[in-house]
Ligand binder design. Structure first.
Ligand code: NAD
Ligand code: TYD
Length: 359
């Protein structure tokens, strides 16, 4: 049975990935989830799988060398899928240090511990071990409005402290591959959306605010472009890269779904109107009048767009969920998980861990 070490599995993409993997492999795999449970980590995301015998949660910081190396010593890890990171650009502008700490130094700890556990005395590695570093398209910087895409060969040009820290972590992974022949891959993915996304990011924030009749803050002129991918498609891409990708390669993952922020907001408002029942009191609250232009984000990247040609040609991965369908599924999920949203916005989810684990 193959053993996965997933870092950051209590976050948005990590928890979706764990659900995807158990849905696909059921009892054929074992997953160990290491997460520090920062404000972004929420064990409620994993409630439905937490009692599985082939799942273990360990509350730990990836910067804690002793604990991470113990996890490798005590378990024969076959696959590392490294999600754990500080992930919000706005927070990185206010407090960059923690991004360097977790994203750069934490990745260094993960690489070192995996290398120590997998390397043989002659410098080769135990068979069939793989490390996947989950990264972002933001490392490539910003594109012009009128054209161009990010390719795997696009030079790195990060602007925000978040993207600079992710670029640094990617460089460390590349250095381990080049210097030690360390068995790894990097994926650089575009913006994700879907269930369990923390409502500080654009899509869940707009859904949550609109349903409460709260203002919908649009940074700058609202014409910045992001390339949106449904999170389950990202989870599938990660699995396919680990199983079918060539070692030492980078794969860009994207949805070919570029939209201006203001378009996203209009689509959400229209979809909410379509989906809410006539007698639902929230229907009257959802309105274009809530759109409020606010001060632009500092250093705001204008446009991101991924060319996912390599992953399609080499691995056969393609985005499957059209945006219209994905946004409906996301909104439906938020309708069905009102308590999740209430707990997250009130901070109550942080109590869940202490109640659940009696600490
Ligand atoms: P998230 O903020 O929702 O989750 C991050 C998780 O990491 C949380 O569970 C948190 O508790 C954990 N964590 C943070 N610091 C930690 C530490 N020091 N030790 C252990 N755990 C720690 O993030 P996300 O949106 O799920 O993103 C996951 C990964 O995917 C990140 O590496 C991010 O850079 C990358 N990514 C995100 C997107 C996106 O659109 N969200 C797109 C491309 C790539
Ligand atoms: P975000 O979800 O923070 O992702 P990222 O910055 O990693 O792309 O933001 C997506 C886009 O939406 C980005 O251009 C900033 C913009 N934005 C707003 O206009 N208003 C908001 O309240 C937020 C959170 C983001």
């Amino acid at each position: 049975m193959r053993t996965y070490l997933v870092t950051g599995g209590a976050g948005f993409i990590g928890s979706n990935y764990i659900h995807y993997m158990f849905g696909k492999y059921d009892n054929e795999i074992r997953i160990i989830n290491v997460d520090a449970l920062t404000y972004a980590g929420n064990l409620e995301n994993l409630k439905s799988i937490e009692d599985r015998e082939n799942y273990t949660f360990i509350k730990a910081d990836i910067c804690d060398k002793d604990t991470i190396s113990r996890v490798f010593q005590e378990n024969d890890i076959d696959r590392v899928v490294h999600f754990a990171a500080e992930s919000h650009v706005d927070r990185s502008i206010v407090n960059p240090e923690v991004f360097v700490q977790t994203n750069v130094l934490g990745t260094a700890v993960m690489l070192n511990c995996a290398k120590a556990a997998w390397e043989l005395p002659d410098g080769s590695y135990k068979a069939d071990k793989r490390f996947l570093h989950v990264s972002t398209d933001e490392v490539y910087g910003s594109l012009e409005e009128d054209g161009g895409y990010f390719y795997e060969t696009t030079p790195y040009a990060p602007h925000s402290p978040y993207s600079a820290s992710k670029a640094s972590s990617d460089m460390l992974v590349k250095a381990y591959m080049d210097t030690y022949h360390f068995p790894a891959n990097i994926t650089n993915c575009s913006n994700n959306y879907g269930p369990y996304q923390f409502p500080e990011k654009l899509i869940p924030l707009i859904i949550n605010n609109a349903l409460q009749g709260k203002k919908l803050p649009v940074y700058g002129d609202g014409k910045n472009v992001r390339d949106w991918l449904y999170v389950e498609d990202h989870a599938k891409a990660i699995d396919m890269v680990q199983e079918k990708g060539r070692l030492f390669e980078t794969y860009n993952v994207g949805g070919h779904n570029e939209k201006q922020n203001i378009e996203i907001i209009h689509i959400i408002l229209e979809t909410l109107q379509e989906m809410l029942a006539e007698d639902d009191p929230r229907k009257a609250l959802v309105s274009e009048d809530l759109i409020t232009y606010v001060e632009d984000r500092k250093g705001h990247d204008r446009r991101y767009a991924i060319a996912p040609d390599k992953i399609r040609e080499e691995i056969g991965w393609e985005p499957e969920t059209m945006f219209k369908e994905g946004i409906r599924r996301t909104i439906q999920w938020f309708f069905e998980h009102e308590d999740w949203m209430k707990n997250v916005t009130s901070g109550d989810y942080q109590k869940y861990y202490s109640e659940m684990y009696k600490v």
